[in-house]
Design a protein around this ligand. Structure first.
Ligand code: FES
Ligand code: FES
Length: 162
């Protein structure tokens, strides 16, 4: 942290817990999540807003957390990959990615899963085209995407993908 920035108080609810911190206004949401809260499941894969590895839900919508200042999230509800499992049970979208081998190195996976959760919250049975659009902001360097599509289709076919 360098000198010269006034500190700003923020309150951000992350995965159901309210966090209050005093931060520099230039702090990115992704750095707040990773460095302040130690939730390192949200990844940083680029510095050009391209890769989508940093995707989280902000008030229910998927955002690239490297393009949002933490102060802009003041008063917001954030969900990260760590917030999806319930009572020790993986979220159905996580289950579908695991069951359908929708990952290789896994670096892109948290972001892809968060975008899928958002997509399925809007369109329970998306078309292939809607799936493509839904994950257009998420880049995977390993899989060739076929198993990712398979995983998303499987999640959409599950009874409860909320
Ligand atoms: S880290 Fe690549 S889009 Fe955010
Ligand atoms: S599984 Fe390696 S980048 Fe997607």
């Amino acid at each position: 942290m360098s000198e010269g920035f006034d500190l700003v108080p923020v309150q951000i609810r992350v995965n159901g817990t309210l966090y209050e911190r005093t931060i520099e206004p230039r702090v990115l949401l992704v750095d707040f999540i990773r460095e302040e809260l130690d939730l390192t499941g949200t990844h940083i894969g680029c510095d050009t807003t391209y890769c989508g590895a940093c995707t989280v839900l902000m008030n229910g919508a998927n955002v690239k957390s490297c393009t949002v200042f933490a102060v802009q999230a003041h008063g917001s509800e954030i969900t990260t990959i760590e917030g999806l499992a319930r009572d020790g049970k993986l979220h159905p979208v996580q289950e579908a990615f695991a069951a359908n081998h929708g990952l290789q190195c896994g670096y892109c996976t948290p972001g892809l899963i968060m975008s899928t959760v958002y997509l399925l919250s809007k369109r329970q049975k998306p078309t292939d085209q809607e799936i493509r659009k839904g994950i257009a902001g998420n880049t995977c360097r390993c899989t060739g995407y076929q198993n990712i599509f398979k995983a998303i289709r499987a999640a959409a076919a599950a009874d409860d993908n909320g």
